[in-house]
Design a protein around this ligand. Structure first.
Ligand code: ADP
Length: 402
């Protein structure tokens, strides 16, 4: 691993800007790490389109403006201008933390970005073509803008770096796996590690003595088996396409479906990638939306395809919990997080309804009511069920300081 020596931290790292660059969006969050609080946050959206927008939240005031944001460079400039106007005039930025989706076979830990690291992030776009190029672009623009501070790459894959060979090897010729680094990597690492640690705190037990299944259910969904604080298996694979069905991603399918669709629908590489990543999942099955709130409304109104999409999501999550109960040889806790996991009482109830064989007893009152971090199982439930809103940005800021 590359450990560059050109940044020596002489002072304390207090003010950390966290950036999460997507293909057409740039999320930011400025943290005061002395208190671990967010000072300002927001998001530039629709970058590259005529009607870009910038949302800026400062001291609970939310402003949204529509403005042209031709590239990520203009978006970051606009963000920095707003930050300077309200916060930055007397707040220096000590470091910038970047979410990077894929660290490839090489990076199992966060690290300071050098030219070599940036080149590797470009190379690992072979595993995450929809994410790494945007992440690298965000880093390039931010390094130009803040040339004198360390930039830290925090990889989604890092938490899963040490899952055992038998859990990450695909059944293809071994030489090809080795040649191309084809294997399970896993994603949402910052989220799984954060919510597992918070679950241990809710249980008042040490993380290093717990078996937890963490369920990150949002636009992207992944389930993780966490043993003694370490990921030992996870549902996403070499790319974030594998596993549970998601908003627009297909999840696990028979690879022969890919060949068949390419042949009969005359799809090339880009066509099939687009279909499986952007037109499938909840959207593709329901024909309604990728947004789960709209799926729930349509399903409740009697739309059969929306019901099917909703049922498939909860069924997939249950399948993984069952599988990981075996992987972990028992479960102490199940944690729900991300947009759907945190907010959908229906999904949690449906997933837990067929886990009685594990000794899961959901408390319907606690599931329906209450907000924030909490336990939603009954006191006599053998497995504790928790809800923990995730905080990936804080994890990235922590990693940046570390
Ligand atoms: P991302 O993966 O983009 O970070 P999120 O974790 O924010 O996504 O999750 C977005 C999903 O959460 C959307 O499908 C959205 O409909 C769903 N969601 C948000 N709030 C609710 C809610 N109150 N009830 C059900 N689903 C919700």
């Amino acid at each position: 691993m590359v450990r560059p020596v050109d940044y020596a931290c002489h002072g304390e790292i207090v003010f950390v800007l966290v950036l999460n660059a997507g293909s057409s969006s740039l999320k930011f969050n400025l943290f005061d790490m002395a208190k671990e609080t967010s000072i300002a946050e927001g998001m530039a959206e629709r970058i590259g389109l005529a009607d870009g927008s910038l949302t800026f939240v400062f001291e609970s005031d939310k402003h949204k403006e529509v403005l042209p944001l031709p590239t990520h460079r203009e978006a970051l400039h606009a963000i920095i201008e707003r930050l300077k106007a309200v916060v930055l005039h007397d707040t220096p930025i000590h470091a910038v933390g970047h979410r990077v989706v894929h660290g490839g076979p090489k990076y199992g830990d966060s690290l300071i970005v050098t030219d070599e690291v940036l080149a590797d992030i470009d190379t690992f776009a072979m595993y995450a073509p929809l994410h790494n190029p945007a992440n690298a672009m965000g880093i390039r623009v931010a390094r130009e803008e803040f040339p004198d501070v360390p930039h830290v790459a925090v990889f989604d894959t890092a938490f899963h770096h040490n899952i055992p060979d038998h859990a990450r090897t695909y059944g293809i010729p071994y030489e090809l796996s080795q040649k191309y680094g084809i294997r399970r990597y896993g994603f949402h690492g910052s989220s799984h590690s954060y919510v597992a640690a918070r679950t241990a705190i809710l249980l008042c037990r040490p993380l290093r003595a717990l078996k937890i299944v963490t369920c990150h259910i949002g636009n992207g969904t992944s389930i993780c088996a966490v043993h003694n604080g370490r990921s030992v298996d996870t549902s996403m694979g070499m790319t974030p396409l594998q596993g549970v069905i998601m908003g627009t991603r297909c999840g696990t399918i028979d690879p022969s479906v890919v060949e068949m669709l390419m042949e009969y629908e005359h799809l090339d590489y880009n066509g099939i990638t687009d279909l499986l990543n952007k037109k499938s999942g909840l959207l593709g099955i329901s024909g309604v939306s990728s947004d789960f709130r709209e799926i729930e409304l349509a399903a409740d109104a009697g739309n059969d395809r929306a019901r099917l999409a909703r049922d498939l999501l909860t069924y997939n999550v249950r399948q993984y919990i069952g599988a990981y109960a075996t992987v972990l040889d028992g479960v102490d806790a199940i944690c729900f997080t991300a947009g759907i996991g945190t907010h959908s009482t229906f999904v949690r109830a449906k997933v837990c309804s067929k886990l009685s064989f594990l000794g899961v007893k959901l408390d319907p009152e606690a599931n329906e009511h209450g907000t924030g971090e909490r336990i939603i199982s009954t006191p006599d439930s053998r497995v504790v069920v928790t809800v923990v809103p995730t905080n990936e940005e804080l994890m990235i800021a922590r990693e940046t300081v570390r």
